[in-house]
Design a protein around this ligand. Sequence first.
Ligand code: NAD
Length: 476
Amino acid sequence: MHNNWIAGEWAGSHNTQNNLNPSELSDIVGEYVRASESDVDAAITAAESAWPSWSLSTPQQRFDALDMIGTEILARKNELGELLAREEGKTLPEAIGEAARAGQIFKFFAGEALRIRGDIQASTRPGIQVEVTREPVGIVGIITPWNFPIAIPAWKIAPALAYGNCVVFKPADLVPGSAWALSEIISRSGLPAGVFNLVMGRGSVVGAALITDPRVPAISFTGSVETGRHILRQTAPLQKKTQLEMGGKNPLVILNDADMETALNCAVQGAFYSTGQRCTASSRIIVERGIYDRFTQALAERAQALRVGHALEPNTQIGPVCDETQLRQNLDYIDIGKNEGARLLCGGERLQQPANGCYFSPAVFADATNDMRISREEIFGPVASVIRADNYEHALSLANDTEFGLSSGICTQSLKYATHFKRASHSGLVMVNVATAGVDYHVPFGGRKGSSFGPREQGSYAKEFFTIVKTAYTLA
Ligand code: NAD
């Protein structure tokens, strides 16, 4: 049994659930408790008790804990990656890469704990000194999705702790395994009891209790637009600091002058890897008329050649869909796309494999238009809509015509268009000749419009959310 970590102890609960392997549904990854509202209350109470002294902890104390966590994650990245691949369905190399990323993030924020700076400014009044300093916010509620079960928790928990906050962490109900393993490492890092708490369980119970409790002044959430908007409606009247990272419908523009091999690699990587289950996936591929037919045909050939299979098999390129519900959603969108008049060139089918898992073939829709539902709504699967553009200006306007604004990309050899696109694209991340998915951990991450709300995550920009600025005036 895997319990919650509350007030420096492993705590059981009445409800439990089995964590299933989407590559082979008969494989139970483990049994995990589901917290009740009173468990969340206990975790918040523990964080509240730990907060006064932890908020005054030294940067060295925080560095030591975060560095130790990062070192252990990196040393165990293969084992943690295997667990992640088993519970979420990413291929083993992708999962090991994600585990390593979590370790690097803890190492980065260990260093950030030593780099908390302020400003001294001259006052407009004689004899007065003005100091601007950063202080921790307090107890941060962290709510994460299922598609990056160790990296996203890491990029919220590490900065929260580095800047002196206490944490109550609620991972996605579907994939508690990686979150529990991460929490187990954190539990041995020397943090005082109550500084970090794990409460696994349902969003409607654990998440709801966390976002409405007035003792939690900050919520950092990653997940769907629907849940994010619901959270904001709950937290705004309580004036909680709220950070939301949500969905995407990310465009990849391919111009006539693009290097074909680069463009195909960006499209295949961006649209299909990690089974398309990435907020930064290239789900709209906007191709200039001159190369549309050639590119679309080549993309379909590449998609068909991808090896879909068990996440732990060495030859697998595309793992299973995370669960049956998401698989049904993918299949529904295939029907929607066909009914809307898009031409399905390949894939879009449930696949039978020797293992009893959630397998789905990567799909390419040609002749898609930007007003179709398959081009406007986040499918969150390996499904690409390929849209025709008359020229660069048309492609840019199609790219920006979306309620989302997380990532965008362009493949071109033209410095003029690449430079213009970087400026004119309405998204938080812009890629030139690089896939829309795949980012560094030491620079800001986040989107615009419907994709994000609040300050950026990651890199030193994370301090904007996890600290509060104080301005002090002294007459010497
Ligand atoms: P989801 O919104 O269903 O769940 C996210 C988290 O919110 C889970 O922990 C869930 O239990 C919790 N939750 C659900 N209802 C809640 C409630 N009423 N109150 C509080 N918490 C609640 O999202 P998901 O299906 O786990 O993840 C997929 C989504 O996440 C996609 O839309 C994807 O684009 C998005 N995502 C965004 C980013 C990003 O950085 N922008 C990264 C990864 C995933």
